[in-house]
Write a protein that binds this ligand. Structure first.
Ligand code: PFF
Length: 454
């Protein structure tokens, strides 16, 4: 099969920064610390590390290899590796999942911009952050406008392509993100209750661990590493044949995991102990309130929300690129038209999510599970951010086992690094047994208990 001419990353560093940008996102900075806080502290961190390296890394390699081998995103890759087979539905699932995740992720990403501006111009008032958050999220027009703005910024980056858009901006934003993080960590370590917070973060608490813990850890790992919907496949498709995929994938994983753990080094010293409310609102309600109480809080808030906005943007870029590259590759639509169309469709799909945080009661109480209501945004997060990613990863692994064959994937993964082929003896059983078994257990558990991953 001759690989068609296609844009490529300028350098492996460009790829690493873009892929790490995709992986590092809201999932790392607000979801990871609060899941750790709720699920056993240090024990969870350890379990998470095991899952990332034993289950996440193999899936990452398979995605990158399928992308680079075929020089295509998920739909084209599957079509090229298994022409005419029913497996191509896996590619379409990836594209749909990308649009769906972007539609609600864009809403929360929009919040980060609003909070950034709020912290610059008004600051926050102690005791009032919960009311502020509720008032803000129930303003439908504002929510829709922020979604529009965030998707608009994302579209304008993807519009300029791989080298000129995604790689260029990642090379600026990712180092900035690292500097911001390090600065915030150093400052937060000097806060009066930092050591109490860190103790809570890392102290193993076995009593908080149960079957859910494993499920949370696995769901968080796939979401955080951007696996299961072809984002890494698409980014891998722009990687030069001469680059070392094995090394590059490993660095991306280390980058993402380090940032997740580092986020806790900011959040927990600010909290200074166990969070009163370990919920998703932790960042927007609890942390903002705490910012009002600590020295230098307003400046801290500005840098913190800048950090969140950057992390969110480099992730939304990759979500949009998956669907845009599908139109470009498979339907021969120009990049500019493809990005604007996908951006617009995603914006429309995102409107119900934007209206589901208090603006309309229909979307706010969209589904009833037991005695709990799930909003439209939460339902989408559950269906696409959890189930669909796990399912996508499972199907990809099954595709490799039964159709593409591990032997062929292995050649692509170890290309230019044949001296490391011995590692395939570790990788193979993980791909053939550990990954499918773990995902089946998790999916089975969710289906039978109706429990969500977050
Ligand atoms: N990895 C991103 C985060 O942790 O916030 C979210 C994400 C981006 C998931 C891209 C999936 C994806 F394809």
């Amino acid at each position: 099969m001759s690989a068609p001419q296609r844009e490529e990353w300028n350098s492996v560093l460009g790829f690493i920064l873009a892929a790490a940008g995709s992986a590092v996102g809201l999932g790392n900075i607000w979801r990871f610390p609060y899941i750790v806080g709720k699920n056993g502290g240090g024990n969870f961190v350890l379990l998470y590390l095991l899952i990332v390296f034993l289950l996440g890394l193999p899936v990452m390699y398979l995605e990158l290899a399928a992308g680079r081998k075929t020089k295509r995103g998920p739909v084209g890759a599957i079509k090229a590796l298994a022409p005419g087979s029913f497996w191509k539905f896996l590619g379409y699932l990836a594209v749909i999942t990308g649009i769906a995740i972007l539609s609600y992720y864009g809403v929360v990403a929009g919040w980060t911009i609003y909070y950034l501006f709020h912290s610059i111009f008004f600051g926050f008032e102690s005791g009032n952050t919960s009311a502020l958050f509720n008032k803000f999220t129930s303003n439908g027009l504002l929510q829709i406008s922020l979604l529009f703005i965030f998707i608009g910024i994302t579209t304008s980056v993807v519009f300029f392509g791989i080298k000129g858009g995604i790689e260029k901006i990642s090379k600026v934003l990712m180092p900035l993100l690292l500097i911001l993080m390090l600065g915030l960590i150093i400052y937060c370590f000097t806060l009066p209750n930092a050591s109490k917070g860190l103790e809570y973060y890392f102290m193993p608490r076995f009593s908080e661990m149960n079957t859910n813990t494993f499920i949370f850890a696995l769901g968080q790992a796939f979401f955080s590493l951007s696996l299961g919907m072809g984002a890494m496949m698409t980014y891998g498709s722009y990687l030069k044949k001469s680059e070392k995929l094995l090394n590059a994938g490993f660095v991306v994983i280390i980058f993402d995991t380090a940032i997740a753990i580092m986020a806790g080094l900011i959040i927990f010293p600010v909290i200074g102990g166990a969070p009163e409310k370990a919920s998703a609102g932790l960042v927007f309600v609890v942390i903002t309130d705490l910012f009002t109480k600590i020295p230098g809080g307003q400046l801290l808030a500005i840098f913190f929300f800048l950090l969140l906005s950057i992390a969110a943007l480099t992730s939304t870029i990759s979500l949009l690129e998956v669907a845009a590259s599908y139109l470009i590759d498979e339907h021969k639509i120009s990049r500019k038209k493809a990005t604007v169309s996908i951006g617009f469709i995603t914006f429309l799909v995102g409107i119900p999510s934007a209206l589901s945080q208090g603006a309309t009661s229909f979307f706010t109480k969209f589904i009833k599970i037991g005695d709990k209501h799930l909003s439209f945004l939460d339902s989408f997060d559950f269906a696409f951010g959890n189930i669909s990613l796990a399912l996508g990863a499972l199907l990809l692994v099954l595709f490799v086992i039964f159709k593409w064959k591990f032997q062929n994937a292995k050649i692509e993964i170890f290309r230019n690094q044949e001296d490391k082929l011995w590692l395939s003896y570790i990788l193979k059983p993980l791909v053939l047994f550990a990954v499918p078994a773990a995902i089946c257990i998790v999916l089975g558990f969710i289906i039978f208990t109706g429990k969500t991953l977050s």
